[in-house]
Write a protein that binds this ligand. Structure first.
Ligand code: FUC
Length: 765
């Protein structure tokens, strides 16, 4: 594979270093070293931002379970206190006059480096976050013996352990102690009683090391290895969600000390090279599965310069490829089995109180996080979300029961399914809002269970469908079926409905049967019916929804040729904000599939809607539109969104800005590029369905399609040359190639053949 590397000739600048709350009003935002310039590493257990500084290097550490509550507090401009910074590690070198500076993040290896000359010595640092060994590793070297002299300090919340005021229940205590070459940081976050610990060990070769109070001093070493591990007493279990007394949620779980100690002891058994090889082997086994090759262009400019040029309309296909792969890199780094799902900022957060509490927001954001898991061959990264789902499921069932009992008492019985509202954290999920109060309708829950169906569709893991997927979709369908109201004309409409966050006359707009809810109910019913067929589980409920699905009327065209967001809307934009970032009337186009090639008029209406909404918006919204345009098969319009995303939403470290930084935009971009090259939502595989003129010749390897297929393809001047498909499930293979190809194999634009498990199939045009 090609080398994909982010690289810079300057360190992350000093900006608003010690700001503890996220707020848009901070001065110097444009210079924020953390958000815009630091480079992220992660192993699914911890996130690390490397600043690459020469005088005092900074590593900012995050661990996703270290949370305060979601507490709206007007004092902090509506910011929610959620995920909290774990700690910062500082290496003080005092290298002030340096030359030949360079820092990099290599996506092929998941390794980050910093190097420069100082005092006629070449200093190099190499860093990675290892998933197999659960540690963050730094290796410091110099080309002259005995020249590494520096101290290592850990700091918690910039030495300000209390979030609000001491004793108010929101506190974070911290104790930092250095002893025998190890610095330990430990303490407690009061609110949920989270106990945390981090251990850093420094192993010099040559020279000496002494431990002094809270820091380590390394003198005249030839090279040094630093290993860092973190842990808390959190467990992602049902009882944590069900326990209402916050201070009791984690009460029975042991202190993380032994766990962290074991990680450190185990990692110390390996040499630096062994740790590095184990990391590369694990990381590249995921990353290397997919390549997308659209250009011969090299990586000759520092990434910030390349981006700046792109913003000045000097597009770079290499940068487009790099950003595609970066989304895959970020997903592998932030979501691994055994850890927690990637949240709104992935696994990276430097604040005591992070934007939108770095929560799991379910009216598009967390779903978008996992779109690239499926089509870019990283289905394993979705496992933490499945575990999270299993942990909160019981609470979601309780919420559904309460909701139906109160608002639809005539339908209340002993099975009310499961309700998922917009917000979720590792300790609790939001209750379904009372009718006509919330900002997102019941379809939100089906938006989530769609992910579980997609996981099955791409992996064809029948065991998963049997044990989790079917039950999840069915529970959601049961709940949704109780929220529908029969109209005089027989239509079934969501009684209390809202299109996510749409505002009309300064208030959230509440209605009946908006497109978002109707489409998501439709998708959920269709997925449930399909799963019941596969598992041969027919019963009265399945029979009922087979009839009811016909009465959902999920897509309606309006007088402007648009897909209506609201049933009562005639002309586009009459109700709600016509430029709103959410474009929820098109969820049936993506991630859903009811608007497709066979519903030609709806597909046309979807394009009208997209044009009227306009391209410019927040980070994740731009990414959603990219996926939507790809699904309309309009490659050049999809490409407009690729350009808009890069020139308007991407920061120098290639993180996507809502603003502020939200990782959904990165993930949505990656999914969207893949969707331009390969689609499979219409019951067959469609290769290069939305190819723009700019990518007229190219190839990809390893993208995934529904049905358990792994697809590689090569094309020239917009025409397919070669296809290679591996069938993992042995299902029938149907490929749409259109009418450009004359062959006995192509019938009405389709190739159709049976396949055997794990066999490869080649097509040459
Ligand atoms: C949704 C979006 C916002 C933001 C928030 C985290 O509510 O509408 O734009 O991304 O999630």
């Amino acid at each position: 594979m090609k080398k994909y590397e982010l690289w810079y000739k300057k360190e992350a600048p000093y900006g608003n270093e010690n700001v503890c709350m996220h707020t848009r009003k901070v001065k110097n935002r444009s210079n924020d070293g953390w958000e815009k310039w630091s480079l992220p590493l992660g192993n699914g257990y911890m996130g690390i931002n490397v600043f690459g500084r020469t005088s005092t290097e900074r590593f900012q550490i995050t661990e996703n379970s270290l949370c305060n509550p979601y507490a709206k507090n007007s004092k902090f401009q509506g910011c929610a206190a959620g995920l909290s910074n774990f700690c910062d590690i500082y290496l003080n070198f005092n290298h002030n006059k340096v030359s030949n500076y360079k820092r990099t993040l290599n996506l092929n290896t998941g390794i980050c480096t910093t190097e420069y000359n100082c005092n006629e010595t070449l200093y190099k640092r190499e860093h990675f976050a290892s998933y197999p060994d659960k540690v963050f590793v730094t290796h410091l070297t110099a080309n002259k013996k005995g020249t590494l002299t520096f101290n290592i300090k850990l700091k918690v919340s910039h030495n300000r352990p209390y979030l609000y005021e001491e004793g108010d229940g929101y506190g974070k205590s911290a104790e930092i102690l250095a002893k025998d070459g190890v610095v330990t940081v430990k303490g407690k976050m009061d609110y949920y009683g989270i106990l945390y610990e981090g251990q850093l060990v420094a192993i010099p070769s040559g020279g000496s090391i002494i431990s002094k109070n809270d820091s380590l001093e390394v003198t005249d070493a030839d090279s040094v290895i630093i290993i860092f591990a973190v842990g808390t007493n959190y467990k992602m279990e049902s009882r944590v969600f069900l326990e209402e007394n916050n201070s009791k949620k984690l009460e029975s779980y042991p202190h993380p000390h032994n766990k962290v100690q074991k990680i450190i002891d185990d990692a110390k058994k390996y040499s630096y090279e062994e740790l590095k090889n184990r990391h590369i082997q694990d990381y590249s086994s995921l990353f290397d599965r997919v390549s997308v090759d659209l250009t011969n262009e090299g990586n000759s400019l520092p990434t910030d310069k390349l981006l700046k040029k792109y913003k000045w309309r000097k597009r770079s296909t290499y940068l487009e490829e790099l950003l595609f792969q970066y989304g895959r890199y970020l997903l592998i780094s932030s979501s691994r089995s055994g850890g927690y799902p990637a949240n709104l900022q992935g696994i990276w957060n430097r604040y005591d109180s992070s934007p939108w509490s770095a929560g799991y927001w379910h009216n598009i954001n967390v779903q978008m996080n996992y779109w690239p898991a499926f089509n870019t061959n990283l289905a394993e990264t979705f496992i933490p979300y499945i575990d999270y789902f299993k942990a909160y499921k019981k609470l979601a069932e309780n919420h559904a029961s309460e909701y139906i009992k109160e608002h639809f008492p005539e339908k209340y019985d002993d099975d009310n399914g499961m309700g998922i509202a917009t917000g979720g954290w590792l300790y609790t999920i939001e209750k379904l809002p009372a009718p006509n109060t919330g900002h997102s309708g019941a379809g939100t829950g089906a938006f989530t269970t769609k992910l579980l169906d997609d996981y099955f569709e791409f992996t064809r893991d029948k065991k998963f469908l049997e044990e989790t997927g079917y039950e999840a979709n069915r529970a959601m369908a049961v709940f949704l079926s109780k929220t529908l109201e029969k109209q005089e004309d027989g239509k079934l409409l969501t009684k209390y409905s809202s299109s996510p966050e749409q505002i009309h006359k300064d208030e959230y707009y509440h209605t009946k049967g908006c497109a978002f809810d109707q489409q998501m109910v439709y998708q959920c019913y269709a997925d449930t019916i399909k799963a019941a067929e596969i598992l041969e589980k027919q019963d009265d409920f399945i029979k009922k929804i087979k009839d009811d699905i016909k009465m959902l009327d999920p897509v309606q065209a309006g007088n402007s040729g648009q897909i209506k967001e609201f049933r009562e809307e005639k002309k586009y934009g009459e109700i709600g904000d016509p430029k709103h970032r959410h474009i929820s009337q098109l969820v049936g186009l993506y991630p859903g599939n009811i608007i497709n090639r066979n519903t030609h008029e709806w597909l046309q209406a979807a394009q009208v809607t997209l044009n009227k909404r306009g391209d410019k918006s927040t980070g994740w919204s731009t990414a959603h539109k990219l996926n939507l345009w790809a699904r309309t098969k309009n490659g050049n319009r999809a490409y407009d969104l690729v350009k808009t995303a890069i020139s308007k939403c991407i920061m120098p470290n290639l993180w996507d800005a809502h603003p502020p930084f939200q990782i959904d935009g990165n993930f949505g971009f990656t999914a969207g590029v893949a969707e331009m090259l390969l689609q499979s939502h219409e019951g067959y595989i469609h290769i290069i369905p939305a190819l723009p003129d700019e990518w007229s010749t190219g190839s990809f390897k390893g993208l995934t399609a529904r049905g358990g297929f792994v697809v590689s393809a090569e094309w020239q001047d917009m025409k397919l040359k070669n296809i290679e498909i591996t069938s993992h499930a042995g299902e029938n293979l149907k490929i749409f190639v259109g009418d450009k190809y004359n062959s006995a194999f192509v019938k009405n634009g389709f190739i159709e053949i049976p396949t055997s498990k794990n066999e490869k199939y080649y097509f040459h045009f």
